[in-house]
Design a protein around this ligand. Structure first.
Ligand SMILES: C[S@@+](CC[C@H](N)C(=O)[O-])C[C@H]1O[C@@H](n2cnc3c(N)ncnc32)[C@H](O)[C@@H]1O
Length: 332
């Protein structure tokens, strides 16, 4: 290919796009990239064009390729780490987080993702600072983002409860890690009193707008369970325990806050291949749990499993994230 051939193909592709001929533009851009795979402008244009014709996942890969070719000094490390992760380049992602940790040793997001990609210094649960920083900045986009990811754990919880414990609006209910309150409407039919607790103040502010909870508390879940002194007939953790590694402590504390015969419902993300610990911090930054770990922790806490169903927690890069939804009960 002559030196000016890429510029010619790029110009041709841009012309095709001006005439709404996106598929022709895609062919031209692919031709260009076959000869110069590091052509940033072509990668970006192909990424955007594919997204515009409904091929968002492949488009994202081209955009990430373009991103990682550019000056790292001008890029937030978290975005660069995500780009390498999407490209499947785990070694480069780990290096990004290692460099970030060296530069900002106290940054909770750098620490969390370095642990996720290196397996070093994995915390027993996501640190309070990581949770606050992550969810405070996510709060405004959270509901829309989860809708786009086809998240339906709240509905799954409502369906599972309805099958085992008909709604009667008499219970004291705790929504642990309530976030913006997506599970509030699903839990309300069981609740005479519905309390939501979450570490992220901005998420709780969103939940307040729903007018669904009787009480909302900004607190760390374990601290809340230890100190609130309340007893609940139903405790729900919708996509909350994915931020806890070893489930033993939090399930022990949960059992102590359940009334006799009280119910616990929660989901996890599934660890497919069991590690010695029975759980691991995945590259997504969320913990995955093996069914054997969950069963052992429930048993240690004195909780009896009533139901366990496989669920798709959400979609990620067009693939379902497999998980489990469990219903357990304290002795009457
Ligand atoms: C993925 S969101 C789920 C929110 C909500 N339950 C739902 O279904 O949409 C996880 C929530 O758990 C909260 N969280 C995580 N770890 C926590 C902890 N240790 N104490 C209190 N809240 C926590 C986060 O702040 C976040 O709002």
């Amino acid at each position: 290919m002559s030196a000016d051939r890429p510029s010619f193909l790029l110009a041709q592709a841009q012309t095709r796009l001006r005439f709404a001929q996106a598929h022709d533009a895609v062919l031209l851009l692919r031709q260009l990239l076959a000869h110069d795979s590091a052509h940033v402008a072509a990668l970006e244009l192909l990424g955007h064009t594919l997204s515009s014709i409904g091929q968002a996942i492949e488009g994202a890969r081209f955009l990430c390729q373009a991103y990682v070719l550019q000056d790292p000094a001008a890029q937030p490390p978290r975005m660069r780490g995500i780009a390498f992760y999407i490209l499947g380049d785990i070694a480069q992602a780990r290096e990004v987080y290692r460099q970030w940790m060296l530069a900002e040793a106290d940054n909770p997001v750098a620490r969390h993702f370095f642990a996720a990609f290196s397996g070093e210094d994995v915390p027993p649960r996501a640190s309070d600072d990581f949770i606050r920083e992550t969810f405070d900045s996510y709060a405004l986009r959270f509901d829309e983002s989860l809708r786009n990811l086809a998240y339906r754990i709240p509905e799954e919880i409502a369906e599972l409860l309805a099958r085992h414990a008909p709604a009667q609006a008499r219970w004291r209910v705790l929504d642990g890690g309530c976030g913006t309150g997506l599970s509030g409407p699903a839990l309300r039919p069981w609740a005479a009193h519905l309390c939501g607790v979450d570490l992220s103040e901005h998420m709780v502010q969103r939940a307040q707008l729903l007018d669904c909870y009787d009480q909302l508390v900004v607190a760390e879940l374990g601290d809340f369970l230890r100190t609130s002194g309340a007893r609940y007939d139903l405790i729900a953790y919708a996509d909350t325990l994915i931020y806890f590694g070893d489930l033993a402590p939090v399930l022990q504390q949960t059992a102590q806050c359940l009334a006799p015969g009280g119910w616990l419902v929660f989901n996890t993300e599934l660890q497919q291949f069991e590690t010695p610990a029975g759980f691991a911090l995945a590259h997504s930054g969320r913990f995955q749990h093996h069914p054997s770990h969950i069963a052992a922790c429930l048993q240690q806490a004195g909780l009896q499993v009533q139901a366990c169903v496989n669920v798709t927690v959400r979609q990620e890069f067009d693939q379902g994230v497999p998980g489990q939804l469990l219903l357990a009960r304290s002795p009457a």
